[in-house]
Ligand binder design. Structure first.
Ligand SMILES: [Zn+2]
Length: 217
């Protein structure tokens, strides 16, 4: 078991029963299983927190457990928001304004490099691929997987037989994990010829969430 404080959050990992997986917790909330070891689980949580802290606490993206205690308050629906601020979670905004119309999600598909992705304001990767040493071309993407929920899927070059699902519960958490890959582009550990195969602008996320909510209710 490893426990540490990082930017005001309590991170904890414990060895899992399944070989190759550990369990990870933030501020006492179970995030489920993580593929890797305790150190890689801690790294994932630290990287995610770094991404989270780039934005204001606005109720829109991250569950309360991802924030440092005392730095936020919860809206009536339980979203973490800035102390004294308005909640910008889409369900709270919709009930306040009734102006949000579900529309067809404008999925943007393209193939571009990490540098090209960075040149697009507020764009995020949802699927990427890269060459991994002599093992071939791997793909990693964000998906809603039955029984796991929103997950990052890695195919290890064999999509039919060896895809690995890492459940991160929220779509935003998955996208943040992919952002970590993109940010580490250039580090030989992450492979070569990284290509963003699918991406979306952040402004499309609202529509994506609305469609998702309609599907699960
Ligand atoms: Zn709210």
């Amino acid at each position: 078991m490893k426990v540490e404080m990082y930017k005001g959050r309590k991170l904890k990992t414990v060895k899992g029963k399944e070989r190759g997986y550990v369990r990870h917790f933030i501020n006492g909330v179970d995030l489920g299983r993580h593929q890797g070891n305790e150190e890689s689980a801690l790294t994932y949580m630290r990287n995610t927190i770094n991404v989270i802290d780039e934005d204001d606490i606005n109720g829109d993206r991250w569950a309360p457990e991802w924030y440092a205690p005392g730095t936020f308050e919860e809206c009536e629906a339980g979203h973490a928001k800035k102390i004294g601020g308005e909640c910008r979670h889409f369900t709270c905004e919709a009930s306040a304004s009734r102006e949000v119309e579900p529309e067809t999600l404008p999925v943007v598909e393209s193939t571009l490099t990490a540098d090209e992705l960075h040149a697009i304001p507020r764009a995020r990767a949802t699927r990427l691929s890269y060459d991994w040493s002599r093992f071939g071309r791997y793909s990693v993407w964000v998906a809603e997987v039955p029984f796991f929920g929103w997950s990052v899927v890695s195919d290890y070059g064999k999509p039919g037989t060896e895809s690995v699902v890492t459940s991160l519960r929220t779509r935003e958490g998955c996208i943040a994990a992919l952002a970590g890959y993109v940010r580490n582009y250039g580090d030989p550990r992450w492979g070569h010829n990284l290509t963003i195969n699918e991406w979306e602008e952040v402004s499309t996320l609202l529509d994506a969430r609305i469609r998702f909510e309609h599907k699960i209710h």
